[in-house]
Ligand binder design. Structure first.
Ligand code: HEM
Ligand SMILES: *[C@@H]1O[C@H](CO)[C@@H](O)[C@H](O)[C@H]1NC(C)=O
Ligand SMILES: *[C@@H]1O[C@H](CO)[C@@H](O)[C@H](O)[C@H]1NC(C)=O
Length: 502
């Protein structure tokens, strides 16, 4: 039958010709548009070194944003032998993190991230353990009123301490960095340990100092190089400093956990650690013991919530105050709105919906500050075909948030501070899709609602009391908006005055 069929097909030379064309097209098609064949484009690199000498590690996010204009929204750069796929622009980042959430939703656990967490906790873990710890942290923070009442009371109490601290300077110029970090750290402390610290408490000071240092060191060039030549570690001072910080930090948290264990009362859940311990007891009683509720996961989850919740929020708040001093007309309008809508009483989260201009200023500050410019690196959890390119399982993926928050096709004036990005014609607040400082998808920030509540309450409370201005003799133009680059982008330390308004 086959023979007959073939004879029929090949009867005329036309058929033979057509058949050949068909085969050739099929083969070409297989070789050329098979997704396995096409990797994302990118600058040509040297063997082993890759593009290491072509990229600007000092301002990597800007550099990658520039490269995306040349190579498109999905491109690839090699850091040494390690290939990294960069996702750029709102449309592409959203399509990857939200529409392909599973494939792009794993965390990259490079050598330094492994030193931080040993694969446990929330920030630098994957799989079922990560899923369980993330879920537990989200529900527990919600039970403690993340974005609801209890956290609100904690933050409002802390606002009073922060205002007192600023008042001590009586309007003279000072660096607000430390006080802000302590205030924000205390909010997480209250949630994790059930207590705040005095700003002079050496335990609090050491905790904040360590996290701050670790974050700066992690962004350093030597640690980025260590990540693909791990045996270099012990030879690098930055690496040794990080390891020491991590050990000291763990010792502090272990001590706190031990204290709380001793006084644990099943009738009274005081904090996150209590909730974890009580949940574990409950699981053991009901014989459904989940292997994930072990001491390591507790230790690293607490450490992660601290590290992820302190520096980010504090840095954003510092940017907000710097923008207020830099753009006095904006500060005028926020203060006018606050006086008109709230007056002198304590601001509440509830007030936010009646403060559209203030809300827009906060959103614009998040956008401009862009404190986590490449989010936290992801990895492809399986082979993916994305926008016509093939991305191999295990490839590092950078969701380039800089390119979303400064996307020229999304924002009217991406490079200037312009609260109108979030206001309509009538001055009502409008959400913007490309507002993505907390990233998106299944690895998105889990502290977003707590962070937003903190920024709103701290900033408005401060602005009710103080007017922020540059140091005497420094003009508004001299205030520097160029960031200090680390794992996050922070304002350069600059003194500001907090002048009492009353
Ligand atoms: C202004 C404040 C904050 C900003 C801008 C911010 C931003 C981010 C970003 C960009 C990520 C990475 C998302 C990704 O990998 O795609 C992240 C992750 C995370 N954030 Fe935040 N964050 C803030 C505050 C907080 C707070 C207050 C907490 C804790 C209560 C927190 C806890 C976390 C955790 C645990 C993760 C890891 C999530 C995971 O890997 O599953 N963040 N955050
Ligand atoms: C990115 O491009 C802009 C404009 O061409 C240039 O001024 C800037 O230095 C570049 N930045 C980096 C880090 O490559
Ligand atoms: C964090 O580190 C930077 C640079 O090392 C320093 O300027 C800043 O004051 C530190 N912040 C805190 C809160 O200690």
């Amino acid at each position: 039958i086959t023979f007959l069929f073939c004879r029929l097909v090949f009867q005329s030379s036309t058929s033979v010709w057509l058949f050949s064309v068909f085969i050739v097209l099929l083969v070409l098609n297989l070789f050329h548009s098979s997704p396995k064949e096409r990797e994302p484009p990118g600058p040509r690199g040297l063997p082993l070194i890759g593009n290491l000498f072509q990229v600007d590690l000092k301002r990597l996010d800007q550099n990658l944003f520039n490269l995306s204009k040349e190579y498109g929204p999905v491109f690839q750069v090699s850091f040494g032998p390690k290939k990294v796929v960069v996702l750029a622009g709102y449309r592409t980042v959203k399509q990857a993190l939200v529409n392909h959430a599973e494939e792009f939703g794993s965390r990259e656990i490079n050598p330094i991230f492994h030193i931080f967490n040993q694969g446990h906790g929330i920030l630098f873990s994957n799989g079922d353990s990560w899923k369980e710890m993330r879920r537990f942290a989200l529900t527990t923070l919600k039970d403690f009123g993340m974005g609801r009442k209890m956290s609100e009371e904690i933050i409002i109490e802390e606002c009073r301490y922060l205002i007192q601290e600023f008042e001590l300077f009586k309007g003279t110029a000072f660096k607000n960095t430390q006080a802000i970090s302590y205030a924000v750290s205390n909010v997480i402390s209250a949630l994790m340990f059930g207590k705040r610290f005095d700003y002079k408490d050496p335990v609090l000071q050491a905790m904040v100092e360590r996290d701050n240092e670790t974050i700066h060191l992690t962004g350093s060039a030597s640690i980025q190089i260590y990540n693909f030549i791990p045996w270099l570690g012990p030879f690098l001072k930055n690496w040794r400093d990080i390891v020491k910080n991590v050990e000291d930090g763990k010792a502090d948290v272990r001590k706190k956990i031990a204290e709380l264990k001793e006084t644990l009362d099943p009738e009274l859940c005081r904090c996150f650690i209590d909730a974890f311990l009580l949940h574990r007891e409950h699981l053991e009683d009901s014989d459904t013991s989940s292997s994930y509720y072990h001491d390591e996961n507790l230790l690293y989850s607490v450490a992660n919530l601290f590290a992820a919740g302190t520096d980010t929020t504090a840095t954003t708040l510092k940017w907000c105050l710097l923008y207020m001093a830099k753009f006095p007309q904006v500060q005028d309008r926020v203060q006018e709105e606050l006086s008109r809508v709230v007056g002198n009483r304590q601001v509440q989260t509830e007030d936010r919906k009646n403060l559209p201009y203030t809300d827009a200023v906060i959103h614009e500050s998040h956008r401009m500050a862009n404190i986590a410019p490449i989010a936290i690196p992801h990895t492809a959890s399986k082979d993916v075909s994305f926008q016509g390119y093939f991305i191999k399982k295990g490839t590092t993926v950078f969701p380039l948030l800089t390119s979303v928050l400064y996307d020229e096709s999304e924002w009217e004036s991406p490079h200037s501070f312009n609260p109108s990005h979030f206001l309509d014609e009538e001055g009502k607040f409008v959400r913007r899709d490309a507002f993505m400082p907390f990233s998106a998808g299944r690895r998105a920030c889990l502290g977003e609602s707590l962070a937003r509540m903190e920024i709103f309450l701290f900033l408005t409370s401060l602005l009710q009391h103080f007017r922020f201005t540059p140091s005497p003799g420094v003009s508004v133009d001299d205030l520097d908006l160029e960031p200090l680059v680390g794992f996050t982008l922070a304002p350069k330390p600059q003194k500001l005055c907090a002048v009492l308004r009353l």
